[in-house]
Design a protein around this ligand. Sequence first.
Ligand code: ASP
Length: 380
Amino acid sequence: MGEVFGLSRRLSTFVGVLAFGTAAALDGCSTGQSSTETGATVAPASGGEVTAAESISSAPAQPQMEYAIAIHGGAGGPSRDISPEERAKYGQALASALRTGRDMLAKGGSALDVVETVVRALEDEALFNAGKGAVFTHAGTHELDASIMDGRDLSTGAVGAVRTVKNPITLARAVMEHTRHVLLVGDGAEQFAKERKVDRVNNSYFSTKHRRQQWEEKKALERQRDPSSAAALNDRRFLMGTVGAVALDKNGHLAAATSTGGLTDKRWGRIGDAPIVGAGTYADNKTCAVSGTGIGEEFIRHGVARSIAAEIEHGAGSLDSAAKKLVHQRLKPDQGGVIAVSVRGEIALEYNTDGMLRAAADSAGRFEVFLWESPEQLQD
Ligand code: ASP
């Protein structure tokens, strides 16, 4: 794993140039409500255009792409007035993780290894609300959730409310591969981590100045109004950074992984959708792999990830239409988004928040990173 990261970094010639002229101008003009890309056609949610994904429903069931990958760094996203330097940091972090995953897939790596590797990299990057950089709980600590799923046989593993596990996604994979259970939480998960000898850290390792400030802001906001109000809970500043990856490998296998610190100021051992298989994560070789981000309670209520797969399985639509249906019809505005990849290599990046940090690459040469509507201008 470390070698893969090292290799990727050594090979990286990424310059990280962002052009803020055209992209920023286009961003400002957009509705900010939808961004689904199928790899061939980009169609606004409101447009009547038939996308590639919709038009291939009767085509032979063979992958269009040899491999494909999508990743996210959370719905909500940073405020649009961040500095060019800050914007570049997000773009570069996403591009670096995407490149790592894409290169592994191009070399024949398995979707499962790819999603774990990419999510580990995003967990280690302090910009995102997962691993280092996780949000603060009400008690001023960090409790992390993660899950991983293998589309070959629906194997899955998840952990909830872990406090000392440096890379929760790796512990989730250990649950999948070394237990007969699916979800371990709290002290039990910690005990399992100790037994598996995964990397452990003090809880303060996850703290960053930025997250502490966010937490202080959230508490100040709640002092001014009803703390249980949905508006306070859903304020997008407190809903950003969960990470996820979905991949299709050269053998036609799918996998999904999601990892998060949850919601800022969460209480009482709250667990979100990230470790709930079918809510925040799902993968089935028959249909697609999905990773979600947003208000976990809503993703659990609507079983978002599994519902997207079910739509396709029951012939109710393409990946594109299924993702749109769940994100724009089942969820309400400002509740979140999903990334998904189908067994044919189509990619959906759909959200109903102001933005969603996301990126996608495939065997046809696509390599795109988005914070808002327009792709960031990156040099690969
Ligand atoms: N879905 C995550 C949770 O509710 C939060 C997020 O995606 O930002 O725990």
